[in-house]
Design a protein around this ligand. Structure first.
Ligand code: PLP
Length: 426
């Protein structure tokens, strides 16, 4: 029977069969809302709330003693959270540290790994890269006396939304010293073939780093086995660590034991840190790349958040994520394809991250109309709508409801009631 397909009942049936459905109860989800913005700021979980309150309690209880006392003593919290993050990025325990933000971590990584020589001076990024990543590359080039106009090379996109492996390979000339690329492009949601990129780059003696902002918590990684040199990410998107949650970085063990570009006392070997000497002894692992006192309060939520990921498992989460974005695309084909949208997310699983991106000339006001009806999308100027069903707390019926509301908005042109401009935070 035709009617059983693409109905709300069908969606409810998918939810019943969903092995991860109970994780939704761990989160503060508003029942009247469909939250599809977990790729910008994930929702609060009860576990993250508890670990944050527990941390405050340890401050209350121990005062300065909290650095070494209690269940999550602050002195080693960044390291222990790094160990717990390691499975999400396919790293060894001491290859990961929780510290900084994407941008500050990127500054540290480039300051450490960009070592230009006479022949190799260029940094390769891509023209669709996130502005902050580009700013960091520009500053780091300037600090070493190079003009970014000449020494920052950006791989071109032929369709303004995706980057081809071929184009990346072609751009790896003899002059390139370092490559920084996103794992998943923040606009289109394209997942780049990290393993292939590293293989090709290393044959040319090029260091490779990735920004995992839009893949950590959505896509499994094998950073160690792929031989990635370094990676950076934030924890407030799919990892649900809250606004300003401390970020993370990965440094492959083959680079351990060297002095980072930006030294600070929290990068010290922990046994030596309080010797208070003016000569720096780096920590053995990725911890060496920390700078100052860790952002303990902003890391506390991650204790609870990572426990949820450990329970759910990244493989199962990826499977559900792909199934939900597939479902969204199917509903799109059925209900939305005649309204002038363009799907810019790759359709093949191996090239797709965790969100679906739709282009539309009226995107800004369509997003406003969606929000008015309690569907929370994400707008990226000038014309992009991003919809992220976060596998931990999004139901199939949420995906269904969101698409039906969007269909209604398009059919009745309800978006015309709103100005087609972006808000300050979009
Ligand atoms: C979210 C995001 C950032 C944000 O950087 P912060 O330093 O954490 O503010 C940077 N780059 C990309 C690709 C992002 O998606």
């Amino acid at each position: 029977m035709m009617e059983q397909y693409f109905t709300r009942e069908e969606a409810l049936g998918f939810d019943e069969q969903d092995g991860l459905r109970s994780f939704r109860d761990e989160f503060y989800v508003k029942e009247e809302q469909v939250y599809l913005d977990g790729n910008s700021l994930g929702l609060l979980s009860k576990k993250a709330e508890k670990s944050t309150l527990d941390l405050l309690e340890s401050w209350k209880e121990y005062g300065i003693g909290g650095w070494t006392e209690g269940d999550n003593s602050w002195f080693t919290l960044s390291e222990s959270l790094g160990e717990k993050t390691a499975p999400l990025v396919g790293a060894k325990k001491n290859e990961v540290i929780v510290t900084g933000s994407i941008t500050t971590n990127l500054h540290q990584m480039i300051a450490s790994f960009y070592q230009p020589s006479n022949a190799k001076t260029k940094i390769l990024a891509d023209e669709l890269n996130f502005p902050s990543d580009i700013y960091a590359l520009q500053s780091q080039l300037q600090l070493k006396g190079y003009d970014p106009e000449e020494h920052l090379v950006k791989v071109r996109s032929s369709d303004h939304q995706t980057i081809s492996l071929d184009a990346i390979k072609k751009a790896m000339t003899d002059e390139v010293a370092l490559i920084l690329l996103p794992s998943v492009l923040y606009r289109s949601g394209q997942l780049l073939p990290m393993k292939e990129i590293v293989e090709y780059a290393h044959k040319r003696d090029i260091i490779v780093g990735f920004d995992l902002a839009h893949s950590i918590g959505a896509v499994p990684h094998e950073l160690h086995d792929w031989g990635v040199d370094f990676a950076v990410w934030c924890n407030y998107k799919y990892l649900n660590s809250g606004p300003g949650g401390t970020g993370g970085l990965f440094v492959h063990e083959r680079h351990h034991g060297t002095v980072p570009g930006l030294k600070g006392w929290f990068g010290s070997n922990k046994e030596r840190q309080f010797d208070m000497e003016h000569s720096f002894t780096p920590a053995d692992g990725a911890g060496a790349y920390q700078i100052g006192t860790p952002h303990i309060l902003s890391s506390a939520s991650l204790i609870g958040s990572l426990a949820i990921f450990e329970d759910a498992g990244m493989i199962a989460l990826r499977e559900k994520s792909l199934s939900q974005t597939d479902y969204m695309l199917d509903l799109y084909e059925k209900y939305l394809s005649s309204y002038g949208f363009i799907v810019v997310t790759p359709l093949t699983h191996k090239d797709r991250g965790g969100h679906i991106a739709l282009e539309h000339p009226e995107a800004a006001r369509i997003c406003k109309a969606l929000k008015h009806q309690q569907v929370i999308p994400d707008f990226r100027a000038p014309n992009l709508i991003r919809l992220a069903p976060a596998a931990l707390y999004t139901r199939y019926v949420d995906v269904f409801d969101a698409i039906m509301i969007l269909k209604d908005i398009m059919e009745q042109k309800l978006y015309k009631e709103y100005p087609n401009t972006r808000n300050v935070i979009a």
